[in-house]
Design a protein around this ligand. Structure first.
Ligand SMILES: [Zn+2]
Length: 205
């Protein structure tokens, strides 16, 4: 089992770390750890989660259940992560609702899918990582308006794209190989290609 490092400034030997940044607008408590573990099990029945796992299997990179683990990550910097060696980690201390777990799994599965199908995927490359964050935040529904309302971000038109950008930049902050400026440039440079790349979905679910 790979070790659980991979925080910013602590380069991961396996080279891959696509952390998901948490955003909180409410100070409500997380769910108990056992509920989080049970929540991961239920999330595996989510149709979008199932679809992504099926597609990964077809693409030759099955995501075994043992590669999806519940943890207390002990850091406020992320609520989950994906690494090619360690798989998907759900930071249970950040989870409050079932929905959050399903959404996180979808987000991290998009990273895993990219790791599988993108040739020479290099997480140390800001543009590669930015592209995957744009896709993960777009396709997981992280920016659906209901989710944004819960976070206290209330805007009108165009907010979905702004939200995807904001969250992609936040995740890139966990990448020690991407400075703030490099991250912003990367997001702008790959934006339209990656926002419009909804694979393996026909369109954003
Ligand atoms: Zn991410």
């Amino acid at each position: 089992m790979a070790e659980t490092g991979g925080r910013a400034g602590e380069p991961n030997a396996t080279g891959v770390e696509a952390a998901s940044a948490p955003e909180r607008s409410q100070a409500s408590g997380c769910m108990p750890f056992e509920d989080c573990v049970a929540g991961i099990k239920s999330a595996l029945k989510n149709p979008t989660v199932r679809f992504l796992r099926e597609r990964m299997e077809k693409a030759g990179c099955p995501m075994p259940l043992g590669m999806i683990t519940a943890k207390n990550c002990g850091t406020a910097d992320k609520n989950g992560s994906y690494g090619s060696a360690e798989g998907i980690m759900v930071c249970c201390e950040e989870m409050r609702y079932q929905d959050e777990i399903s959404q996180l799994l979808i987000h991290e599965l998009v990273h895993a899918y990219d790791d599988c199908v993108v040739k020479n995927m290099d997480w140390k490359n800001c543009a590669h990582h930015a592209c995957s964050e744009i896709r993960a935040n777009h396709l997981s529904g992280d920016c659906h308006y209901k989710r944004e309302l819960l976070r206290g971000f209330m805007k009108i038109r165009g907010h979905e794209q702004e939200c995807v950008k904001r969250r992609a930049l936040m995740s890139l902050r966990n990448n020690p190989h991407c400075s703030e400026t490099a991250a912003k440039d990367a997001v702008e440079a790959v934006w339209s290609i990656c926002y419009n790349d909804t694979r393996p979905f026909d369109r954003a679910p």
